[in-house]
Design a protein around this ligand. Structure first.
Ligand SMILES: Nc1nc2c(c(=O)[nH]1)N[C@H]1C(S)=C(S)[C@@H](COP(=O)(O)O)O[C@H]1N2
Ligand SMILES: [Mo]
Length: 416
């Protein structure tokens, strides 16, 4: 999970090679016939395919992304001049292992468990093909997907605290237009009972191994109440079929919740009549550390509130000229109501001008005209408040895995 220049270099080389017209190992595998159900990479060990070609399929040009192994964050300056949604080419990617390539002709979504009528086990599952899902009534939503650890590096750089995981700045978030079938529709058609408690989607990507221990497929239980509320089984992103890195053929989109809830490449969904557990709601995605119980907090659900400037880190701005600072703020607790900006390290604050919709599961865009008169280093700050009145503190509460950073980020710029 550590960043090394070497891994960034490897990713870049792989992307360059692909764009120069080389046929990738993945491309060859994709063309080979007979990729079986759930066999992500056609019988070749996933690790080898990944090593040959990089874990992420789409190009990761350095002007759009910072790459940490199998994870890539968007550079926020890449949102400047863009519309409400994050274009797919610059949407961050977070893969526990690597992006699988799935043959949609043989792919099936299988639902099973004691919370369904007559499908107690996987071998008696209710099945849906890709065409079956496309034929069901669809819904579209604009929603952010954000990694729970987005902003993690600021625990260290602003608060001097040690945390583990990818050292994201603020780029592990994106808002897309998602289209798909409400999960509630599929659950009802699969025979949901009144006794259903948890719903656990499981990905078809390779098993996740941590500290030498195989934890199996990426999977995380979702309470049935949330599953029936606003969750989508999405097959489209920004008007196109989901690309491989974002979950083709079908992923969950769980609006306002931690990114890990939105399981990609869903192969099956267990519907239980008792609480379910996986490493992703026990050892990860809880808060651990001083002030938390040894087993951690309750499993994380909603994201917290954040703000970002659409500027490079260490941007250079001109003295004596008005620059419009653009940014976006979002919260898992409800729509953003107010954003304030400081251009002097937090001594003075003024309201930013909101524009466009303040969608509760998306973000609010805003701008702030600024005319710096003198040259030198400055620190820009943005602080949002959401519909619940929650705002961004100066210091985020520490947890060892560096989740849910909601502190005000200190963005350095130079006025020249
Ligand atoms: N099957 C599977 N689903 C997954 C993951 C994964 O590694 N495997 N990563 C999760 C995490 S931690 C996040 S933050 C989001 C990232 O979605 P994206 O890569 O489309 O941006 O997907 C989630 N769904
Ligand atoms: Mo994540």
């Amino acid at each position: 999970m550590d960043v090394t220049d070497e891994s960034a270099y490897d990713r870049m080389r792989a992307a360059q090679w692909r764009t120069r017209g080389g046929i990738s190992r993945r491309g060859l595998l994709r063309m080979s016939a007979g990729i079986g159900l759930g066999t992500a990479v056609g019988g070749v060990p996933a690790g080898r395919a990944a090593a040959a070609d990089g874990p992420i399929v789409k190009p990761l040009p350095p002007e759009l992304f910072v790459v940490y192994g199998s994870n890539a964050e968007m550079r926020w300056e890449a949102m400047r001049g863009q519309g409400y949604h994050t274009p797919t080419d610059r949407f961050f990617v977070r893969d526990h292992t690597s992006t699988p390539l799935i043959d949609v002709r043989t792919w099936r979504l299988r639902l099973f468990g004691a919370g369904l009528h007559g499908a107690p086990t996987l071998d008696r599952a209710v099945e849906f093909s890709y065409e079956d899902l496309l034929a069901l009534p669809s819904r579209s939503i604009s929603a952010f997907i954000e990694c729970t650890g987005n902003g993690r590096s600021f625990y260290t750089t602003q608060q001097g605290q040690t945390v583990t995981g990818s050292p994201w700045k603020l780029g592990a978030v994106g808002v897309a237009r998602w289209r798909g079938v409400p999960l509630s529709t599929v659950l009802e058609r699969a025979g949901l009972t009144k006794h259903a408690v948890d719903v656990m989607p499981r990905g078809l990507d390779p098993d996740y191994v941590d500290g030498g221990k195989n934890l199996g497929k990426v999977r995380r239980p979702l309470p049935v109440a949330k599953a029936l509320d606003d969750v989508l089984l999405a097959y489209e992103m920004n008007g196109r079929p989901l690309p491989p890195d974002h979950g083709f053929p079908v992923r969950l989109v769980v609006p306002t919740w931690v990114g890990i809830s939105s399981i990609k490449w869903v192969g099956d969904i267990e519907v239980s009549d008792a609480p379910l557990f996986s490493p992703w709601n026990t050892q990860y995605y809880r808060l651990f550390g001083p002030g938390y119980p040894p087993e951690g907090s309750a499993p994380l659900t909603r994201q917290v509130i954040k703000s970002a400037f659409e500027l490079p880190w260490d941007a250079t701005l001109s003295a004596g000229r008005t620059t419009v600072l653009n940014g976006r703020s979002w919260s898992g607790n409800g729509a953003v109501r107010r954003v304030e900006v400081s251009t002097d390290g937090g001594a003075h604050w003024r309201r930013a001008l909101p524009h466009g919709p303040a969608n509760a599961s998306g973000w609010l865009r805003w701008e702030f005209p600024w005319r710096p008169e003198t040259t030198g280093s400055r620190t820009l700050l943005a602080r949002a408040t959401d519909a619940t009145g929650a705002s961004q503190p100066d210091v985020a509460r520490y947890n060892t895995l560096g989740y849910l950073f909601d502190g005000v980020v200190r963005h350095p710029v130079t006025v020249a």
